[in-house]
Design a binder for this molecule. Sequence first.
Ligand code: GSH
Length: 304
Amino acid sequence: MADLILHHYPMSPFSEKVRAMLGYAGLGWQSVTVREMPPRPNLEALTGGYRKIPVAQDGADVFCDTRVIAREIAARGNRPELVLEHSSEAVQAFVREADLEIFLACVIGFSGPGMMVKLAKRTSTLNALRFLKDRVSIGRTARVSAMKPKQARAKIREHLERLEGMLERDFLFGDTPCIADFSAYHGLWYVRDLAEHLVMKGYPSVNAWMDRIEAFGHGAARELSQETALAKARDAEPRPVNMKGEDPLLGKQVSIAPDDYARDPVVGTLVASSANESILRLENDDTGVLHLHFPKEGFRVWEP
Ligand SMILES: N[C@@H](CCC(=O)N[C@@H](CS)C(=O)NCC(=O)O)C(=O)O
């Protein structure tokens, strides 16, 4: 299997989840840095309009959402503990909450003016203002219950208490990490390492656990340009699809979109549908034929 190409940006928590998993799995990968918000024309040619970050790519196969990206990392690094559907019910329930409510609480509760100043310093003031406008618009069109910053901070304090209690061993569910550790880590990375918020101070076990995850590093990344990533898609064929499923929408043109926030739909032909994954075929001049992989959970598929 080829090294994954990761389309990401430094301040993105879900990208940090993937970078940390790549480090844990000891993998080499290719890094394509994208803007913090659309327009991202080169990436849009690969994703058909799916707008969340990160996105991973292997030739003409494109992996949208960290749940399907984790499966690719697990396969390349022989780390089955990163595959959500192989995990216990308790781990799956924990990950579901960590990747949605807890992540949103971290971002809503701890994105003060300091974060905007950081972004402005890394990019430009105009970029930071555009970012703010973009995120307000994501919030307005989201289908998740809105939280006020104060409520969000209270939720995170409660969450930190719970984690502190869970961390009797080195990792959340035992002596070795699993997908739950990476899902819980990335939101708190935003709070502790990006926002540098003092709320984290009173939780020594949580801090030591985060340090253990950070010690895995990010794996060996090589920079790649957006144009080269597109060319790699154009020069490759999608890998053969070996699961098809019973879905009545198979073979039809469908729309697919996240059902929580940033719900921009992608239109393509549904070429495979299993319990955990949908694969859409897309074709355009810049990339040729692509297969886009989406998780089943958290996505809606319908006939347009
Ligand atoms: N469920 C998605 C969540 C990804 C997500 O929310 N990513 C954030 C960045 S950390 C995002 O896309 N924000 C909007 C953007 O970057 O355009 C996953 O697991 O990949």
